[in-house]
Design a protein around this ligand. Sequence first.
Ligand SMILES: C[S@@+](CC[C@H](N)C(=O)[O-])C[C@H]1O[C@@H](n2cnc3c(N)ncnc32)[C@H](O)[C@@H]1O
Length: 260
Amino acid sequence: MKKDKGYVDSEYLRFVAKIVAKYKQRTYTLMHIELGHKVLDVGCGPGTDTIPIAQLTGATGQVVGVDYDEKMIAEADEQAEKADISQWVRHVHADASLLPFEPGYFDSVRSERLFQHLKDQDKAMTEMVRVTKSGGWVVALDTDWSTMSLDTTEINIEQRLKRFHTEHRFHNGFAGRQLYRLFKKRNLADISVEMAPILITNYAIAWQIAALHETEQAAITAGVITSDELDRLHKSLEQADADGVYFHCANQVIVAGRKN
Ligand SMILES: C[S@@+](CC[C@H](N)C(=O)[O-])C[C@H]1O[C@@H](n2cnc3c(N)ncnc32)[C@H](O)[C@@H]1O
């Protein structure tokens, strides 16, 4: 498929999954998954979460992943086959704004780092709530890319690059801060909000996770920073890395709520 804004491949998603493992676990807990439950993961990627969730529902349950990227769906199905769980785990090619399921079908529905890629967050949220049964849980985790913060002497350049990254790499780089409002507007009960910060003290890993390589060239083309400024920023960060003091953090937000 055509690479949309903010596209990431499955190798990247598996790498990030290790770094955010404890937050993934936390979303599973907030979903209150039990044996026999029907669970949906919207924007499932290559099955990073449907495969572990299958252990929580057991074979008497049903786990469904949805993604609009056919390649992700094929890979996710392959992973389910390999893990010998495809009798109760399946992956469906669909858009988050039009979920092909009956109202109230699932005991719980989750999304992770999906809303930052959406042009219409309201439609997806409405759909996630629609397919959740009354009393079931909806849980979303997303990044607020504007909270990305690097310890550098070149603060002015860092701030311009960060803002460009937030606004131009993603359809909705501010997604994390908006989840609370999306949940409140749906009149969900027992809403909880938790922060899920990411801290990285290695320059190469931080740049890879934030996918800043593509942004920096685009920022130069757009006239947001000059190549001299980019060199200065790189030098300051390389120095910090060499001195063992590289510091890079960003906030993610996890919101959970129960359908009335
Ligand atoms: C950052 S990845 C996260 C994947 C997975 N949730 C994880 O945690 O590894 C975002 C995923 O959302 C999918 N996606 C983006 N927009 C979508 C849409 N409108 N409908 C369904 N899936 C979408 C992408 O194809 C990608 O697999």
